[in-house]
Design a protein around this ligand. Structure first.
Ligand code: GDP
Ligand code: IMO
Ligand code: MG
Length: 424
């Protein structure tokens, strides 16, 4: 019985999809536990690139079971688009995928509400992905949501009621919209979903565990976007932290084994909100260019900066991270020096080394500067080939974060992955 959890420790897009794909051979089951199509998880192998949004990243490996858990919010139209594209590219998924009947449905009007609320916020907008995530989780918590299991009986009636409620809110916000086409595709999606295994995934997953199967939980977004612990209110609407795997799948905390924390060798953020180490200069632009830091789904420019060890220590604490996995090390390949934030200077002048309640109080990161490695890591296959300066960077991070870095990723391809030790 074993449930390992893999999650992002920064503001999302750390490279979770790639690592899930790399680790899948060690597991029988891969399960998503929160988030929805706000996620964009990229996988590259055999010269092909795939971006997954709602479907777990274990889907490409034949004999694995993939589960969309109760904590996920599902848009049937976007799910259908994603699933059909995978099938068309030769990856059948109907037999491999199970969807929880308790997962909540994103309605077309949820997407409209997302936009309307953002518009109403004006300058203070969150910069959401516009996928209806916030309004769908709001309906879940306020006990008004529709779930996947609801599509099996009297669905039109339930839908009409929810839609009418949303329309009244949209009217009160003076928000103009037309969902005629969207609604048509959405209902096609509802019919399409019925062809899949719609299950009580909490039973399913616990039965699999009893049979001795190994489960990998795939987080979406990142710890600093968690609704409780992230940079609120500039966060997503779910618990992206390790505890979310328990509530989002129905597994006991006792079942959790390893917690893999995924980090970039630097840091990025997309959307609004505080980002203490953000770089607005040529260095920031160089990281963006070298790292192709543009949203996997929205194409939005990602904000770039140096690695933030204050925020990372916080994330490691909240999640109980046992092993770190560092991505995109190659992006820093040709810098004279690299920096890591080890403390924050506040408006008051005080220097702190913990993540504060109001991140907007941080005026300046305190950096430790280290020598760059000026070497191409992308073709390296073993850590013995790493230049000394890069080894020193890894050792510095491990010491500061008090957690071992078990995998180093040196490029987007599945093959560009260096395991420093037995990871699983
Ligand atoms: P996720 O949301 O955490 O799965 O991450 P995304 O897929 O949104 O963003 C990560 C991006 O970095 C994708 O374009 C990946 O193909 C790419 N990537 C992953 N690992 C590496 C790496 O080690 N080096 C480089 N250069 N790119 C990487
Ligand atoms: P993956 O899983 C990066 C950000 C949005 C916005 C905030 C709220 O690919 O790492 P939402 O639509 O969730 O209400 O938006 O969260 N955000 C992400 N940023 N990666 C993601 O997912 C994200 N999902 C949401 O940009 O700032
Ligand atoms: Mg992403």
């Amino acid at each position: 019985m074993k449930v390992d959890v893999l999650l992002g420790l920064q503001w999302g897009d750390e490279g979770k999809g790639k690592v899930v794909d790399v680790l899948t051979p060690h597991y029988d089951v891969v399960a998503r536990f929160q988030g929805g199509p706000n996620a964009g998880h990229t996988l590259e192998f055999e010269g092909q690139k795939y971006v997954l949004r709602s479907i777990p990243s274990g889907i490409f490996q034949g004999d694995k079971i993939n589960i969309i858990g109760n904590g996920v919010v599902l848009d049937p139209a976007l799910f259908m688009e994603e699933a059909k594209a995978l099938e068309a590219s030769g990856h059948p998924l109907k037999e491999r995928l199970r969807i929880s009947k308790k997962a909540h449905l994103i309605l077309p009007t949820h997407r409209m509400l997302d936009r309307a609320y953002e518009t109403a916020k004006g300058k203070e907008k969150v910069g959401t992905t516009g996928k209806g995530i916030g309004p769908t989780y709001t309906d879940k918590v306020s006990r008004n949501g529709l779930r996947v299991g609801d599509i099996l009986s009297n669905f039109e009636e339930k839908y009409a009621k929810a839609k009418a409620r949303h329309e009244a809110i949209l009217q009160s916000l003076d928000f103009e919209y037309d969902i005629t086409d969207m609604e048509k595709t959405w209902f096609e999606g509802i019919e399409y979903i019925k062809q899949f295994h719609l299950v009580d995934s909490e039973h399913e997953i616990n039965n699999l565990l009893k049979q001795g199967k190994a489960v990998l939980c795939e987080g979406a977004q990142g710890t600093m976007l968690d609704v409780d612990f992230g940079s609120y209110p500039f966060v997503t609407s779910s618990n992206t932290v390790c505890a979310g795997a328990c509530t989002g799948l129905g597994v006991s905390p006792h079942a959790i084994g390893e917690v893999f924390g995924i980090i970039k060798a630097y840091c990025t953020r997309v959307g609004a909100g505080p980002f203490p180490t953000e770089l607005f200069d040529d260095t920031g632009r160089k990281i963006r260019d070298r790292g192709h830091e543009y949203g996997a789904v929205t194409g939005r420019e990602r904000r770039c900066g140096w690695i933030d060890l204050v925020a990372l220590k916080y994330a490691i604490m909240i999640n109980g991270v046992t092993k770190l996995i560092m991505m995109k090390s190659d992006v820093l390949d040709n810098f004279e020096t690299v920096k890591a934030c080890v403390a924050y200077k506040l408006k008051s002048g005080e220097i702190i080394d913990y993540f504060p309640f109001d991140v907007n109080e941080v005026v300046e990161p305190v950096y430790k500067e280290l020598p760059g490695w000026n070497a191409d890591l992308t073709k390296m296959t073993n850590e013995s080939q790493f230049p000394k300066a890069f080894k020193d960077y890894i050792a510095f991070l491990e010491k500061e974060l008090e957690t071992p870095i078990k995998i180093v990723s040196v490029g987007p391809d599945r093959e560009q992955t260096i395991e420093r030790d037995n990871v699983v």
